[in-house]
Each structure stands twice: as C-alpha cells, then as structure tokens.
Design a protein around this ligand. Structure first.
Ligand code: NAD
Length: 451
C-alpha cells in the first residue's frame, strides 16, 4: 500500500480530458455490468432486492456521472475577479487543483454506490485514488476492483481488499484526503489515525434520523413515504427514518396506516424478492437483541419470525412508545425496527431532537410554512427532507453530509468536486502597483494617507 501510494504521489493530476474520458468509460462499464453488480450485492446480502440495487447502486451512480460530465468544464475553470479597489487593477482568483491521492473507505450497506459516488468526485477533481471497500461485502468488493481495472490503471485507481487490520493501516496512510463512510464510532478511529499525518477528512457517518409528523399532515401520505424509506434495504440505510415523533392523539391512526401500507408494499416479507435480508448473522442477532427488555405490547411485528435457521430476513417491526433510555432510542437502529414516540406537538419534537446528537437527516411531514420554518431554523441536521424520504440522496446538485456526530464535510455534485479539490487562492499583481504607498518608511504623504 505504502509503495503504491508513493508511486501515485509522484504522478501528475489527471488532465481535464482524461477525467472526462475516464468518467465516460466508467459510466459505460457500469451500464454494461449492471446485472453483475446487482448479483454481487445479492450474493453478499444472501438476498438484496434487485430493484433496490438497480435504483441505489446503479442508477444513482449513472446520474451522478451524467451531472458531473455536464458541469465539469465550469467547475474546473479559474474564477477570477477584481481585487479590492485599493489594489485596482490587480486581480484575485480561485484556482481548483487536485489534492493528490485521495483515499476512499466505504461501508457494506450500499457497497457499490458508496465506492463509486466518492470516486466520481475524486476523479472529477483530477485526483488519483486509493479505495478500501468493506470486507463485509467481499463479492461486490472484488467485482468493483475488476470493473475499475477495466477503466483505470493501477496508478490512477488502486483498490485494496482486506479486513479491519488492512482498513486500520489504510487510515494511517499519508494520503492527501480521506473520504470515509461508516459508523460514528469507526469514524473517530479513522480521524485519530489520519491526524498523525494531518490528512484532511470528509466523514460521512451515521446516527438516528428522526421523523416529525405535523398535526395537520395526512397520516396516509406520511405512512406511505415512511414505509418506502424505512423498509428499503430492510432499514439498512444511513438516512432511513430511525424513529417517528407524532402527536399522541394520532398514534393509533399512524400505526394502522403503517400496517396497511406495509401489507400493500410487502404482502409477505420472508419469500418476497422485494424485501432485502440483513447483511449477516451478527447484525441479525444485534437487531433481535435490540428488542429485548421491551414489554410485548410495545412490539408490533408486521409478519411472523422466520422458522428457517438460515433466513436472515427480519419482519418490519414497530415499537410503540419505548422508554427513552432503551437501546432502540439510544443507538442507531440500522434495520427494520421503527419506534414511534408521542409528543404534545412540533415544539416538543424540536426540543427532543435538540437534546440528541445532530442527525444525518431530519424528516418533516408538514404543509405549514410556519412549522417548516420553525424546524428548519430551530434544529441542526446534515439535511432536512420535507414530505418525502430518501430521495434527497439522489439529487446530484444537493450536497450530502452530516453535522456533529453524523459527519463533517459533504459531497455529491459541485460540493463533491470542492471537497476533493484544493481551492487555491491566487493573487495577480497588476503592472500599476499602488502598494509602494504603504511600504516603510512611513513619512510625508504616506503618513498622511494612512492617517
Ligand atoms: P463501519 O464503520 O463498521 O465500517 C466502515 C469502514 O471502516 C469499512 O470499510 C471497514 O473496513 C472500516 N473499518 C472498520 N473498523 C475499522 C478500524 N478499526 N479502523 C479503520 N477502519 C475500520 O460501518 P459499516 O458497519 O460498514 O456501515 C454502517 C454505518 O455506516 C452506519 O452507522 C451507517 O449509518 C453509516 N453510513 C453512513 C453513510 C453516510 O453517507 N453518511 C452511508 C452509509 C452508511
């Protein structure tokens, strides 16, 4: 790894033509290998819905490449303006420059997307890239390495496979930037390791993404959107709605609607191709364990537990008003468990959110301008998604990232290009130069001017 990094550091950034070429070839390769990508993810999960993979692993990446190719010329231009009038006619500029060699560390939940999207940004900015995919999705990691080898030479993009000890060494490399996607806990370790070499970081982390349903908002509409966003990939999504805050008087109606729309979207879950499995036995046990300590009347399973020992499909599960100190309300759920907490109104929901770690996404279902303003201005979160779940991730022009415990920095679209670039400040002194007026010795007229 070290040797490869040294080699890559000696090489120049990718030219604009090369970036465009490579991104076009990357899109072609992804298109030509869609079914292989979907199959590899399916094998790693033991079952992952093909349509979910098509949407989240393939389509979103192709859209991101398209958007990048459309704007890359504009993004890479020097932005020049006149200096402060006192220095007229000098000029200032921002000149985007590749950082050098960027490291990408990715998780298992969208194992292709979360390598490729950061890669698109890194290549758009002209960097060479080293990648460490998650060891939990080895088939996708191997396929990603093979596909990238069709587009890039080893000195342009180098994929390192291996376990946590390899990830640990990777995070200690003297890279020029690391984009890490994963848990808050590991994010702290990676940040500590990277600090040894003062490697700058973009941290895309996790946490609990709450949902507020306003008192006048249609329960049916909110429930349909939450069913889509929460059961997608069986809740193993960083921005999956983690829990719901709703007025006590509407809780029963919400539970009925969630049952209804879950039954419509997933009439069966265990033998349903549309419903994904839990990534591995450890996570399956973790999620089942999460329900322990809750009274039976608090748990509503929208399907029977599987009787097959090898099946890692977990039924969509609602948890009604769990105690606030229970693990379902303390830890990121990252699975198909959905707690519902009752509040007196939006103000109490805001107070609750402000008492917790800052979320990656905050969901609000409301048509009230006043409520939207109160939540937008009165809370902090990486993103605020109003009246729909998940789709904000798929907006290429919208920066994606967390705040506080849910991450630092952001990417996607222009923001990704900026994150992966050094936005170099340049000052051009004009031939007419008034600066001698402020050089010592400060006597006579100079003294008068400076007053
Ligand atoms: P993880 O933190 O366990 O692993 C992520 C990466 O870190 C993997 O590549 C792994 O090899 C590496 N790693 C693990 N231990 C390490 C160590 N000690 N030192 C250095 N590297 C190490 O996360 P995960 O379980 O793969 O993914 C789930 C988490 O990721 C959830 O918290 C989820 O919210 C978060 N996530 C965030 C986003 C986002 O965009 N913000 C997207 C997807 C997932």
């Amino acid at each position: 790894m070290h040797k490869q990094l040294e080699t890559m550091k000696q090489l120049p950034p990718l030219s604009l033509d090369m970036r465009v070429n490579k991104l076009k070839r990357l899109a072609k390769t992804i298109k030509a290998n869609q079914s292989k990508i979907i199959e590899a993810v399916n094998t790693d999960f033991s079952h992952r819905s093909s349509e979910e993979s098509q949407l989240a692993e393939v389509m979103v990446c192709l859209d991101e490449i398209k958007h990048t190719l459309k704007h890359i010329k504009q993004w890479t231009k020097n932005k020049v303006w006149h200096a402060n009038w006192k220095f007229f006619p000098s000029k200032c500029a921002i000149s985007p420059q590749a950082k050098g060699v960027v490291g990408i560390m990715s998780p298992w939940n969208y194992p292709f997307n979360l390598v490729i999207e950061p890669l698109i940004a890194a290549i758009a900015a002209g960097n060479r890239v080293m990648i460490k995919p998650s060891e939990m999705t080895p088939n996708t990691a191997q396929l990603t390495r093979n596909l990238l080898a069709e587009v890039f030479t080893n000195d342009e993009v180098f994929v390192v496979l291996g376990d946590v000890s390899v990830a640990d060494s990777f995070s200690r490399l003297p890279l020029d930037h690391i984009l890490f996607t994963g848990s808050t806990q590991v994010g702290k370790i990676v940040m500590k390791n990277a600090s040894e070499n003062l490697v700058p970081l973009t941290l895309e982390l996790g946490g609990k993404s709450p949902v507020i349903i306003d008192d006048n908002y249609s329960i049916n509409r909110a429930a349909q959107s939450i069913v889509q966003g929460k059961w997608f990939n069986a809740g193993q999504t960083c921005i999956a709605p983690d829990y719901i805050l709703i007025n006590q008087s509407r809780q029963e109606e919400l539970v009925a609607a969630l049952k209804k729309y879950t039954a419509i979207s997933y009439p069966d879950y265990e033998f349903n191709d549309d419903y994904s499995a839990i990534i591995n036995q450890n996570h399956f046990q973790r999620l089942n364990q999460m329900l322990s300590g809750l009274a039976e009347e608090h748990i509503i399973k929208l399907g029977q537990d599987s009787t097959q020992a090898t099946c890692r499909k977990m039924p969509p599960t609602l948890v009604i008003t769990p105690p606030k100190d229970h693990p379902v309300m303390q830890n990121e759920i990252f699975g198909p468990i959905l707690p519902i907490i009752t509040v007196a109104g939006v103000d109490e929901a805001i107070d609750h959110i402000n008492s917790q770690a800052k979320p990656l996404t905050l969901y609000l279902f409301s048509h009230s301008k006043q409520t939207i303003k109160a939540v937008r201005e009165g809370t902090q979160s990486g993103s605020l998604a109003i009246n729909e779940t998940l789709v904000h991730f798929a907006q290429e022009g919208l920066p994606f990232g967390g705040i506080g415990a849910s991450g630092m920095g952001s990417y996607h679209g222009y923001q990704g290009f900026v994150a992966m670039s050094h936005m170099k400040s340049v000052y051009y002194q004009s031939k007419i130069n008034v600066n001698p007026m402020v050089r010592a010795p400060f006597t006579g007229l100079k003294k008068k001017i400076l007053g």
